[in-house]
Ligand binder design. Structure first.
Ligand code: SF4
Ligand code: SF4
Length: 176
């Protein structure tokens, strides 16, 4: 498992990136600057229905879309879910993200760094639409977003097992 130091180090690197690219929060703004820090920290979590929407937007079969642009992600006491890959996770598309790559730097595969936009803006997950770095309140529907993956067969989306790290402690495998 990762230590608190890995997480702190990662957050520090994301903060540096955010400051360099002008995150709204640091600038005292209440409008997104498109800095991409949130898309670099962790891609926005979709629901299963939103994965279908993204595949439809890209005119792809959902299985092909997942094997090209998504990874399986797992958090303790949550069901495993699909997540847009980061550019540092391309070796894992269609599979569970390798532990060693979890805190690697990189943007969400759909972030356009030069133009500061989301390439799938019209169909990006609700989490991405409603997240505002200048507002510290947690998104009220985030638990529902994780819960929407309960009982979903990720293989039907084209993902390849295993979906939970083999070394994950047993007590953390249960859904919270
Ligand atoms: S919402 Fe995300 S992209 Fe927009 S300014 Fe904040 S961190 Fe940057
Ligand atoms: S889907 Fe778009 S908004 Fe969401 S993390 Fe990726 S680039 Fe950012």
């Amino acid at each position: 498992m990762f230590t608190i130091f890995d997480t702190l180090d990662y957050e520090e690197r994301v903060d540096k990136l955010a400051k360099r690219r002008g995150r709204a929060k640091e600038l005292g703004l209440t409008e997104c600057t498109g800095c991409g820090a949130c898309c670099a920290r962790m891609p926005c979590v979709p629901t299963p229905a939103e994965v279908y929407l993204i595949a439809e937007f890209l005119r792809m079969r959902v299985e092909d879309c997942v094997r090209k642009y998504f990874v399986v992600y797992w958090l303790p006491k949550r069901p495993p879910y699909l997540l847009q890959a980061k550019t540092s996770w391309l070796s894992c598309v269609g599979n569970l993200v390798e532990r060693s790559l979890t805190f690697e730097d990189g943007y969400c595969i759909f972030y356009d760094e030069d133009n500061r936009t989301c390439k799938i803006d019209s169909v990006k997950p609700r989490v991405g639409r409603e997240y505002k770095c200048w507002n510290t309140e947690q998104l009220s529907f985030i638990d529902q977003t994780y819960k929407s993956w309960e009982g979903v067969d990720l293989e039907l989306f084209g993902a390849r097992p295993p979906f939970i790290p083999v070394d994950a402690p047993k007590e953390l495998k249960q859904n919270g």
